[in-house]
Write a protein that binds this ligand. Structure first.
Ligand code: NDP
Length: 251
């Protein structure tokens, strides 16, 4: 029912975890995919090898989302390799423990630059391209339950994710009239490298706060992203799709 043949997508931080699951699912459904990584080349290469079975175009490169010039050049290269970009998923992010009285200015800034500035840089470049091409595009931002209810010891992270939610709503109103949908997916606990340590230490405790009784997998986030980018969601704009097994209801 859903096909992305003839469409191209950029997924930031698409080399591992949730981003890689999103890249895989788009590629499986026929889309050309571009993804960036920053530190882990091997993961990016492994994914490229895996994607060969789907036979769609693939472009990946090292691009630090905190650096506007790198982002601009990545987007230009992606357009050159794949053609028109129809979908952007702003997924790259970091989640680092940071009690407020001990948080360094550098740690605060790094989280802002990665989770928020990076999203702005990619969105700016891709939206300019979409408007120039007059295409009906989709921007999907990956926020977090932390952006809605806050998260103790991760106030910097929660602040970026809350900002992504208002960024999404603002752009949905601004770009809807130009044919571009802007939505957000807000995951709860998902098993990836990001949460590996927390899972090892307190998975049982975490599961107690999830009404469905299990921690999500990366594919559980990729599915809703695919839905939002598809024609099935053609009347959805400026929404925050919560994907957390009901965890956000439990305080
Ligand atoms: P992972 O840590 O598993 O993967 C993060 C990805 O982002 C990697 O591909 C990494 O590439 C990339 N990345 C990080 N920093 C940069 C940078 N400066 N420039 C370019 N790429 C970068 O995270 P998840 O898959 O778990 O998370 C993905 C998104 O989902 C994040 O925005 C996160 O906040 C959000 N989320 C995750 C939840 C979870 O429980 N896992 C819950 C709620 C939200 P590389 O390794 O090469 O640096």
């Amino acid at each position: 029912m859903i096909s992305f043949e003839g469409k191209n997508v950029i997924v930031t931080g698409g080399s591992r975890g949730i981003g890689a699951a999103i890249v895989r699912m788009f590629s499986k459904l026929g889309a050309g995919v571009a993804y960036n990584y920053h530190k882990n080349l091997h993961a990016a290469e492994r994914l490229q090898t895996e994607l060969q079975k789907y036979g769609t175009d693939v472009y990946f490169a090292d691009c630090d989302v905190r650096d506007f010039r790198e982002v601009r050049s990545f987007v230009r290269n992606a357009i050159e390799k794949l053609g028109t970009i129809h979908i952007l998923v702003n997924n790259a992010g970091i989640w680092e423990y940071g009690p407020i009285d001990k948080m360094s200015v550098d740690q605060w800034r790094k989280t802002m630059q990665t989770n928020l500035d990076g999203t702005f840089y990619f969105t700016r470049e891709v939206v300019a391209h979409m408007l120039e091409q007059s295409i009906a595009g989709h921007i999907i931002n990956i926020a977090s339950t932390a952006g809605q209810r806050g998260e103790p010891y991760y106030s910097h992270y929660a602040a970026t994710k809350g900002a992504l939610i208002s960024f999404t709503k603002s752009l949905a109103a601004e770009l809807g009239p130009r044919g571009i949908h802007v939505n957000c997916v807000a995951p709860g606990w998902v098993k990836t490298d990001m949460t590996e340590k927390a899972m090892a230490q307190q998975e049982k405790e975490i599961v107690k706060g999830i009404p469905l009784g299990f921690v999500g997998e990366a594919d559980d986030i990729a599915g809703p992203v695919i839905f939002l980018a598809s024609n099935l969601a053609r009347y959805i704009n400026g929404e925050i799709l919560n994907v957390n097994g009901g965890n956000v209801l439990c305080g």
